[in-house]
Design a binder for this molecule. Structure first.
Ligand code: ANZ
Length: 853
């Protein structure tokens, strides 16, 4: 006998701990989708659609429904409550009634053996494609985190949904495996990074397989394999050939005590993270990539992407396009003798030129030593030294008190001929604009604060309406009507004009009189592409001794293998560890006989992750980075899912490389990722805190602040209940508690290990739970009781379909799976269920397709 789909839905919905409408299926496009393995595959055999329920099952479950409903509404009888408590003591419902520990490994093995999820090389390209990609992980020593499966489950659902819709689906996985942690571990323990990395990869792979994701493991790639990094090096050569890779002296974080260059993340408040030694900024010759040449295209093409608006905005801000002007100021050195020296400033507000009462140059400005007066030389040198120890971020923080020192020299404001002092201050950065500004204290907050501190005149030149008098305590930084801005000698008269018109007039005047020009600036800097590290891709460049010229390796010499090295410790001179591999470094060119040295810096970790999505399309190709046909078919990535921490750099660098590859005809699309989705982070379980006063009595959380002394006490979840919007003690509802979830961290001891969850509840419970935790993009807190609820739901689903186990180990009652073709009535029932006759609830339940085949 066949039960109606309605009955089945009632059964499941009534047992599910959440209300149907909040069922957070990961929806994509029009149709909601459901986790692939909601119904374990051995619930039914083969592609069978013949589901049979017998009347006993129905009756039994009808009773079950009543009981579960009362559980949900909290009306449990004492006996039931007792039973539940006992069960909780015994641990979760892990028994033969829902034998996930048999089902899951069995099918995972089957999928592996049969390559069930393989996307064949040769496919029917007349079918539509769907490329769904996870941001591939860095295989850290800590293993998989519960945050990883959140995104991976969502993409898995999508992959399955699209496969079932008849798409060819590409759903691969790999490893972003070069990087600092493996090298640091190597320095500490002497274990070669290769060994650590392989060990970590194996662990990650096993963990991911135990979660049953439908990846095509035949396409697995790792950025540390020569077959892969050969092509990373190849891309570098293409960049070099087009002048997009060049060398420049740039400031790096140099730690004299450790004798090494440090990455930004290794420097905390001006000292090394390891050892707490002072770190200074020191210019060093480095490889740079000219991403700035692509700034406009990177900006313009954002508009057409289906990305979160916040991510697009972050990229726009990072690129930071500013329209303004460069204006020239003649310098008068301390003795007031004009020299043939000019300072060029960048300003976005040329309309305020009459308000410029001083100039500022960055401490690292290249012309500073040419105009600093003798009397001020000592102070300026001291100031430069202090500034060299600060990061750009520290220097530009708005709330930090501004500091500076007078250079002893003056400049002539070209608009009115006034001599104004030139100061040196670190709130101006050497790396932006021209490294010098005209300071307008009446209309710029930073300049205003500085002028007040050093007693510099403030001239008001803009008012909101052309009339009202300014408030001298604050800068007016808005636009408005220009005042006090006419000069007969220079011929510049902008008084009475609105700011934007005045700005254009000043720029035109500057261009005509040779005092400046229109200028667009970008915050985006060229990409520092070298690391003084061992565990990265070698840069395929040789420097010849005689000429010092840098020559790229021939493409046929790739991959340039990373040499084996026993000692990875810093050299102490700033030379990278690879310089210790003398035999590898020294090279004689076979055709010319010239002697040279290889580049010993390696590429940054970003390199390998910049283009991996391309290699997945054709991972075994030894002739090309990717075959034209495969690229044409699979590009672009349709959906790319990962953490919001990669919103700027990874996505921007990838887009840059992709555009270069587009220009040289390797890829056919302008952008690599059509749609990006950021998953929210998973926080640790909520922690409840109670407060006691000095006498040891509980006090309510809101009163704790006003108490002189109180102690905090962590309260376990069982002792807590909700009263209105607050959490209170069950035993004493007058005592409010604070409830907070923290980021999972070893130090807090709130890290949830997915392996533990899988072994206690099964992979399906973990996957389903993570999809039910809340909106995909939001932060969510982990809850063990939540996963138990999902687990019980799966167990009941299983029993509803399969029945209960008998002592002989077989299942009785429940579903009988047959290979027979379904009857019309069965098909009708299934399709009704799929279509979702009861809109509000059934739409969430079109899993029948998923489970039964
Ligand atoms: C005069 C002025 C008057 C400015 C005014 C602003 C307001 P964005 O939008 O960030 O491009 N500036 C220029 N170069 C700088 C540097 N290297 N370090 C720190 N500040 C710098 O801002 C450009 C403005 O920031 C420029 O316009 C300049 O100050 C300052 F009422 O010039 B302005």
């Amino acid at each position: 006998m066949i039960t109606s789909s309605q009955y089945l839905q009632d059964q499941l919905l009534s047992q599910f701990p959440y209300r149907p409408l909040s069922f957070p299926c990961f929806t994509w496009g029009e149709r909601p989708v459901f986790p692939r393995k909601l119904f374990p595959r051995n619930a039914v055999k083969n592609k069978c659609l013949g589901i049979h329920f017998d009347s006993t099952t129905c009756r039994r479950n009808a009773c079950g429904r009543a009981r579960i409903r009362s559980q949900v509404s909290g009306e449990l009888t004492e006996v039931e409550e007792q039973k539940q408590k006992q069960k909780q003591k015994q641990g979760p419902l892990v028994n033969r009634a829902y034998p996930f520990h048999e089902i899951e490994p069995k099918w995972q093995e089957y999928w592996e053996k049969n390559k069930t999820f393989r996307t064949p090389d040769e496919i029917d390209t007349s079918k539509p494609k769907f490329y769904v990609l996870d941001m591939f992980p860095y295989p850290s020593g800590a293993g998989l985190h519960v945050g990883h499966p959140l995104g991976y489950t969502a993409t898995d659902i999508l992959a399955r949904f699209k496969r079932m819709q008849g798409f060819n689906v590409l759903h691969p996985m790999g490893w972003d495996a070069f990087g600092l942690p493996a090298e640091q571990y190597a320095i500490e323990t002497g274990t070669h990074p290769k060994i650590t990395t392989l060990r970590n990869i194996n662990r990650f792979r096993t963990q991911l397989k135990s979660l049953g994701f439908s990846y095509d493991w035949d396409r697995e790639i790792s950025t540390v394999e020569p077959e892969y990094y050969k092509w990373t090096q190849w891309i570098f050569l293409q960049l070099f050939k087009r002048g997009l890779a060049y060398q420049a002296e740039v400031p790096v974080n140099w730690c004299p005590a450790l004798g090494t260059v440090l990455a930004n993340e290794e420097v905390i408040d001006g000292v090394s993270e390891r050892g707490g030694h002072p770190v200074i900024r020191k210019p060093m010759r480095q490889w740079m990539l000219k991403i700035t040449e692509y700034a406009d295209r990177l900006l313009e093409d954002l508009d057409d992407l289906e990305w979160p608006e916040s991510v697009k905005e972050m990229q726009r801000n990072w690129i930071g396009r500013s329209e303004g002007a460069e204006l020239k100021f003649r310098v008068v050195v301390g003795d007031r003798m004009e020299r043939n020296l000019e300072l060029t400033v960048f300003t976005t507000r040329p309309d305020t030129i009459f308000g410029a009462t001083y100039l500022v140059v960055a401490p690292e400005h290249p012309l500073l030593s040419a105009f600093v007066s003798e009397a001020q030389h000592g102070d300026v040198e001291e100031y430069k030294d202090v500034a060299s120890r600060k990061s750009d971020l520290e220097r530009t923080e708005l709330q930090k008190e501004k500091t500076g020192v007078f250079s002893g020299s003056f400049a002539i404001n070209p608009a009115n001929g006034e001599a104004i002092p030139i100061w040196v201050a670190d709130y101006v950065l050497g790396s932006y604009g021209t490294g010098a500004i005209m300071a307008v204290p009446a209309h710029d907050m930073r300049d205003h604060e500085f002028a007040l501190k050093y007693d510099i005149p403030i001239h008001w030149v803009v008012t909101p309406d052309g009339e009202s008098s300014p408030d001298s305590k604050v800068a007016y930084s808005g636009e408005g009507i220009i005042i006090n801005s006419s000069d007969l000698t220079s011929g510049l008269d902008i008084t009475g004009l609105p700011s934007s018109e005045a700005a254009s007039s000043v720029t035109e005047w500057a261009e005509k009189t040779g005092n400046g020009k229109k200028k667009v600036n970008y915050k985006l800097r060229d990409w520092l592409f070298a690391r003084q590290r061992y565990w990265g891709e070698p840069i395929p460049i040789v420097f010849f001794d005689e000429t010092g010229e840098s020559v790229p390796l021939s493409e046929t010499d790739l991959p340039l293998l990373l040499p084996e090295l026993e000692d990875f410790t810093p050299t102490g001179t700033g030379e990278p560890p690879l310089s210790k591999a003398e035999a590898w470094v020294r090279i004689r060119d076979q055709s010319s006989g010239k002697i040279g040295r290889r580049e010993t810096s390696t590429m940054p970790q970003w390199a390998g992750s910049c283009w991996y999505y391309l290699r997945f399309m054709d991972p075994k190709n030894s002739k090309d980075i990717v075959s034209k046909e495969k690229e044409m078919y699979w590009s672009p990535v349709d959906v790319y899912v990962g953490g919001a921490e990669h919103a700027v750099l990874h996505l921007l660098y990838s887009r840059f490389w992709h555009k270069v590859l587009y220009d040289i005809g390797v890829v056919s699309t302008k952008e690599p990722f059509k749609c990006v989705i950021n998953q929210g982070i998973i926080l640790g379980e909520v922690q409840y805190t109670a407060y006691r006063d000095a006498d040891g009595n509980y006090v309510s959380a809101e009163a704790a602040d006003s108490l002189g002394e109180y102690t905090q006490e962590v309260v376990t979840e069982e002792k807590v209940t909700k009263s209105g919007e607050f959490f209170v003690l069950k035993d004493n509802p007058n005592v409010r508690l604070t409830a907070r979830a923290y980021k999972m961290s070893k130090s807090r001891g709130n890290v949830v290990n997915p392996d533990d969850v899988v072994s206690v509840y099964g992979a399906d419970s973990l996957r389903l739970y993570e999809m039910f935790m809340g909106p995909f993009r939001d932060s969510k807190t982990w809850s063990t009781s939540g996963i138990e609820g999902v687990h019980r739901f799966l167990a009941r689903t299983w029993r509803l379909l399969i029945g209960s186990p008998s002592t002989s180990g077989t299942f009785k009652g429940g579903t009988v799976a047959t290979d027979a073709e379904p009857s019309l009535e069965q098909l009708r029932s299934l399709h009704k269920c799929n279509r979702g006759d009861r809109r509000d609830t059934v739409q969430h339940w079109n899993f029948c397709n998923d489970g039964v085949h």
